[in-house]
Design a binder for this molecule. Sequence first.
Ligand code: SDX
Length: 418
Amino acid sequence: MSKTAKLDLGENQIELPIIEGTEGEKAIDISKLRGTTGFITYDNGLGNTGACLSDITFISGEKGILKHRGYLIEDLCKNSSFLETSFLVVNGELPNADQLNRFKTAIKEGSKIPEGVKNIIKSFPQDAHPMGITSAAMVALSGFYPQFLDQDLSADQKTQIIPLLMGQLKTICAAVYRHGQGKDFIDSDSSLDYTADFLYMMTGEKPNEDIAKALDVLLILHADHEQNCSASTVRVVGSSKANLFASLSAGIDALWGPLHGGANQAVLEMLAAIQNDGGGYEKFIAKAKDKEDPFRLMGFGHRVYKNFDPRAKVIKSYCDEVLEKLNVNDPLLDIAKGLETTALNDEYFAARKLFPNVDFYSGIIYKALGIPTNMFTVMFALGRQPGWMAQWKEMIESPAMRITRPRQVYQGKTSETF
Ligand code: SDX
């Protein structure tokens, strides 16, 4: 393959370098395009544009493959914990026993949130959406940890801030849940592992191992997903040298949208609507296909995956196992399976390569674990936090880091007179 791409602009022919990734992805480097031709490129939604070079996560949309630092997501779910996967995506290697122990200890020590942040959570109306409270609590931490406001963190400070914020967000998410339930907050129990402690701070009871394990796998499945909308948001905010609290708060806000992380809540609301409508999903599939109808089949489709989302496969297999262990018989699971089968056999979805994504089944497990629907996206944020921090860390450590500032094609009025 040629090392350059030839671009013929009529009066101007130029050659642009071609970059090839370790998994065979190819990119045309247009960094010099505007300077040498005056042209920019246009790519609505940036689906054809690489925003960075990264070593963290590889996705093959065509083959339905997801890897973190070379490890298949299926293998990480089978052979690692959420904290081991978190350490991997942030630091590039799975932790040895000593590193894992120090990481766990630092997270436990970081699991007590400032009283001022508790008061901010309590200041919200009880029925406020948990994502708004979580985002506010995250950026509020900047007022309590001023030593981490300068983005030029030392190596020690980077080693400290990652587990600190994993501990803080775990406790914030549990406190946000308790606030929504009108209950007092519960302090972290350092005798428990990360996921069990989170469930304990939610319920006040030490969870059984099956429930903690199911949630730990769900968190692994959400750990990172290369340059998705919220990770890109974290990078954009961090590219101005804003601090990590601000970048994560912005990532939480981007995740909130129903086209992104908010889809897991929207899927359950859609399944409940189908159930309330008598359980016939054909009508909803017809709505999803109707161009005049804004309704979309939530939990279906993906900007990158044009095959099954490998995470959806793992979660779907887990659904039956978790619901059986919890002795839960959820008719929404049957509706979901019927909806999936019908959609996958429908030409509209097949032609557009629309498959179930990570959000299609995850809510059914969260519901079986007793987590309320409006907390589902908060669970996504808890899982995605290590990925956001890994992307932020990779960016600030790159000598090539520049403030993100895209261009535009102006189509407005050219001159007005008073
Ligand atoms: C996540 O990017 C990531 O990695 C995200 C994520 C992560 O881990 O970070 O994987 C998490 O956000 C998963 C996606 C969750 N969102 C949903 O489930 C919401 C429902 N899905 C869609 O809104 C949509 O599929 C998106 C937003 C996910 C992707 O949108 P795209 O890539 O912009 O696709 P598109 O809108 O250009 O759609 C292409 C065609 C269109 O039809 P035509 O105009 O070609 O006729 O497919 C249709 C769309 O109308 N289409 C759907 C559909 N999704 C796309 N039609 C019905 N139902 C859907 N769900």
